[in-house]
Design a protein around this ligand. Sequence first.
Ligand SMILES: Cc1ncc(COP(=O)(O)O)c(C=O)c1O
Length: 444
Amino acid sequence: MSRSEKIIERLNRSVATSSKVLFYPLVVKEAHGSRVTDVDGKTYVDFNAGWTVAGVGYSNPEVVGAIEAELRVSAGVPAGTFPSETAVEFAEKLLAVTPGDFEKRVWFGHSGTDSCAAAYKLLPLATKRQRIVSFYGGMHGVDLAGLAMGGMLATTRYPVPSVVSKVPYAYCYRCPYGLEYPSCGVYCASGFIEEVLFRNVCPPEDTSFIIVEAMQSDSGDIVPPERYLRMLKRTTERFGIAFVADEVKIGFGRTGKMFAVDHSGVEPDAVALGKSMASGIPTGALVARKELFPRGFAFSTLAGNAVSAAAGLATIKIIERDRLPERAAKLGHKLKKRFKELMDHHPLVGDVRGEGLFVGLELVRDRRTKKPAKAETAKVVYRAWQLGLLTVFVGAESNVIEITPALTITEEELDTGVEILERAVLDVEKGRVSGSLVRGYTGM
Ligand SMILES: Cc1ncc(COP(=O)(O)O)c(C=O)c1O
């Protein structure tokens, strides 16, 4: 038994099932850039970047340097009460980089979950409207607010308050309305919401905000049609509803622009941030129109502390200085081309989609019926790990391989990863990967 497997056994005896999601028996010793080394000494190319947290690479030396320096002088100082200039500078930077040419403010938290929950708590109070609209397939965190707004099975099995109405997202590969783009007229954007939802269960005059991922990630790396967000925005404007963009997972350059919503030209009224914004120091923020924050306090003791601010400032500096959004667009273009070519030889790959270094490969048993290849997806991800590549799968049917490498990944690492992934797909197609191997590693 490997050292990793022994530690996984201890993990299973000590950590709650609901506090982990494993795809293979990997235990990390160290991670740098786009390379991860396990406790048995094997090094992998990484196509996950810590669920996008390590946008500028694991243990980025510049970020680590900034964290160390700040940690030495201000660990434990609660910036909400004893303000620090570093934290103020970080807030100013977030105001500058987020979309929206109007007066905004930053609310700080510790995670993406916190950022979305801030919208849930604060916007209804400020707008004096109770209701919220979110989307099937949406992921907005795992506290009660996030679960109430989430649209995936994993987030909807808990008892939650019911002020949220959920509507289908623009998942064109499997249109929830059985329509086809573009003849559908993008009915999913405004049609259903205005004609059905608002007239029946969610009066627009009592709707505070709509929360949407510009591209859905956890439910299958779904990129909506070009007009979708603009149409949604028009609907919100028509009824005075705030538009909240959840950029927690793919914001900060990943999609080829600083924020995924920037591809549409929409200026959201609020943006939820997290994950990569501080490269591993747990941090979240909701950046919103000034008037969307009510009076009164709602923050955690250490929210917006100077250590996370220093990490965030260093992260954004690297993204801007090294033009990482442009780099992501260029590399992503190449990556998608490679994966599309892969489709020519591998019928298991039913769809390739994404923007920049946010790419999804949807695996199907049959391209015509699109039957999700759930077991095969778990096997491909496991086989890729055996061959030296770290990936994960997502999606309502757990059949989408998610590719979200660090924006700093080298072209050589990208090539190696693609070659491994292709080999893994081939091995699964040829029946060379046993189901017993992946049992216990199906993402749950
Ligand atoms: C779009 C989106 N929003 C919010 C969250 C919650 O972030 P966290 O898990 O860091 O609290 C996630 C997590 O995956 C997410 O993908």
